[in-house]
Design a protein around this ligand. Structure first.
Ligand code: NCD
Length: 360
């Protein structure tokens, strides 16, 4: 089998040196994503189409007959979850998404129990997975590893698709998809994410979810992005470069309370101290970047509070009961949008759209 994407037409070093929006072109199979590695792969049309597909799958899955229909779609196909970095939600929501579509699942979560422990390279590990599985979903603390594996596999005779479930400090495209789906649903009756003000709070320097979501939001009209962080943890210059290139309005500040009245969505994040060399972020005062119950009074009545989770002290648990706290729904949205994405990678989207199972 030859790869349906064009990674066979470019050498690794040349591909690696490209900016993300140029890389994106090599990962597509026609209008659809084949390898899903970067937020830059998704056009506005694709974001709209995947959101619609996720909603359709969600509605179909409400009835027994619908669940049976969905389980037949990818029955007999197998997905490998190669997660060598800690994960609860992303791992479980991908498992659930695969199960909704009838896929069987294998997993490696610790290289101490795989042949990497014996010195096998990651390339050989991933080629091994591709011998037995039809899809590889991977999370790694090594930025760019999923890209490397997609290039390697595309140049073998088992070029199975790779989905990036979080790579280093770099990108988390499927989290950004579920975040956009949450915004689409939250603002369904208010024209969707267009024209909204999104306030990002926390460790924006090392949070990969913010990097991917900030980019996806450039696909919407008149969105203002406000980055609230201590100066040491502010958003990277590369992200600001993307925003400037796209003509997006943005602001940087360390005053969270001052921004809240303007927010349509507040996206809280935790301090990513696993990247510290020697506990340096523990010396940065971060209480001013925590969302407490009193902050709800500053928010518009129809604003939403989001968080990719896991949370620590960034959002007090007594905020959870406010209807504007959508982070638990956001989490469940991850299962539906990931099911939509996998269905699309395997070309099942048109069948789902055309099916009459909802008419029954
Ligand atoms: C995020 C991640 O892994 O980047 N978690 C997730 O996938 N929902 C955010 C985080 O770890 O803070």
């Amino acid at each position: 089998m030859t790869a349906p994407c064009s990674l066979t037409e470019i050498g690794w070093e040349e591909f690696r040196a490209l900016p993300p929006d140029h890389k994106a072109v090599y990962l597509q199979a026609g209008a659809r994503e084949y390898h899903v590695l970067l937020a830059q792969q998704f056009s506005r049309e694709r974001l709209d189409a995947l959101g619609r597909l996720a909603t359709r799958i969600r509605r179909i899955a409400k009835a027994d007959e619908g669940r049976r229909y969905l389980r037949d779609l990818l029955a007999g196909r197998r997905a490998m979850l190669y997660f060598t970095q800690p994960s609860s939600r992303t791992f479980l929501s991908f498992c659930a998404a695969c199960q909704i579509l009838g896929m069987d699942i294998g997993e490696v979560r610790d290289t101490a129990v795989s042949s990497e422990f014996k010195g096998e390279s990651q390339e050989d590990s991933v080629r091994t997975f591709s011998s037995y599985f039809d899809l590889i979903i991977m999370r790694s603390q090594i930025g760019g590893l999923a890209e490397r594996m997609a290039w390697v596999l595309s140049n073998t005779d088992r070029p199975v698709p790779i989905i990036n479930a979080g790579s280093g400090k770099d990108q988390h495209p499927t989290q950004a998809l579920l975040d956009v789906y949450t915004l689409q649903r939250s603002f369904e009756r208010r024209g969707g994410p267009d024209g909204k003000t999104i306030v990002f709070v926390g460790d924006l320097a090392r949070g990969r979810t913010v990097r991917s979501l900030s980019w996806l939001l450039t696909r919407y009209r008149d969105v203002t992005q406000i980055f609230v962080a201590p100066p040491e943890l502010q958003i990277g210059e590369d992200v600001l470069g993307w925003l400037q290139q796209a003509g997006v309005q943005y602001e940087r500040t360390n005053d969270m309370a001052a921004c809240l009245p303007r927010a349509d969505a507040v996206y809280m994040t935790r301090i990513q101290d696993e990247w510290d060399a020697a506990g340096e972020s523990r010396r940065i005062p971060t209480e001013a970047f925590h969302f407490a119950r009193r902050h709800l009074d500053l928010l518009k009545p129809d604003a939403v509070v989001m968080h990719p989770f896991p949370r620590r002290q960034e959002i007090a648990p007594d905020v959870d009961s406010d209807p504007r706290a959508v982070y638990w729904r956001q989490m469940r949205n991850g299962m539906w949008i990931r099911a939509a994405l996998i269905a699309s990678v395997f070309g099942k989207d048109t069948a789902i759209e055309a099916s009459h199972v909802l008419d029954a």
